[in-house]
Ligand binder design. Structure first.
Ligand code: GSH
Length: 206
């Protein structure tokens, strides 16, 4: 029986960075996917730590919050850099990526009111996406092909894990015209355990 159980909805979303990390670490996990409007989720919601998913069950105890879960796994797999200051910077980048996804996917792309969505689209396309694309490209350019410290960290895995969702909202490849980001993405996708995960995961839009 898997000692790790990831519970999330049937989208890449915030579950995907955790799935990437578990795959990277070679950890067997149960990938439990719920439907957002299901009775199963309505019944489960009040039993979760803060009423939301993802949660990761480890040896029978349920933990919540994407970034701390990623950070915990990153520690196990040596993806937090060399020094405490490296870790501070890697955490900051991962947190910024979490914000980038929230502003682009949760706030704009999943907006159901068409008038509001059109308004949010202008802000996201003209301000949010160019800002994050530019900042991330600079980081990779100045850090030897990784987001920090010239070596793979969980921030790199986080970026690549959310990049397909970002591309869906952007209606184009999120690494388009950003050669450093593009090559980072290719490098991460070439890691054998990540490659194997991509091949077996469900094919989804975001
Ligand atoms: N701070 C949480 C994290 O980073 O994990 C946010 C989690 C979150 O926003 N979860 C959403 C959710 O559970 C899906 S992406 N929505 C369903 C609900 O609130 O009922």
């Amino acid at each position: 029986m898997a000692e790790y159980k990831l519970r999330y909805f049937n989208v890449m979303g915030l579950g995907e960075p955790i799935r990437f990390l578990l795959s990277y670490g070679g950890v067997e996990f149960e990938d439990i996917r719920l439907e957002h409007s299901s009775k199963e989720w309505a019944d489960m919601k009040p039993t979760t730590p803060f009423g939301q998913l993802p949660t990761l069950e480890i040896h029978g105890k349920v933990y919540s919050q994407t970034l701390p879960i990623c950070r915990y796994l990153a520690k196990q797999f040596n993806l937090l850099g060399k020094t405490d200051l490296d870790t501070l910077q890697i955490d900051a980048i991962a947190n910024a990526l979490h914000d980038f996804r929230r502003l682009t996917i949760s706030n704009y792309y999943r907006e159901t009111d068409p008038i509001l969505k059109a308004k949010k689209k202008i802000e996201v396309m003209t301000n949010v996406i160019p800002l994050y694309q530019g900042k991330l490209e600079e980081l990779v350019k100045n850090n030897g092909g990784y987001l920090h410290g010239g070596q793979l960290s969980y921030a790199d895995l986080f970026f690549v894990a959310i990049s397909d969702s970002l591309s869906t909202a952007y209606e184009s490849d999120i690494t388009k015209d950003k050669p450093h980001l593009k090559s980072l993405k290719e490098k991460v996708l070439a890691i054998p355990s990540i490659k194997a995960w991509i091949e077996k995961r469900p094919k989804l839009e975001f």
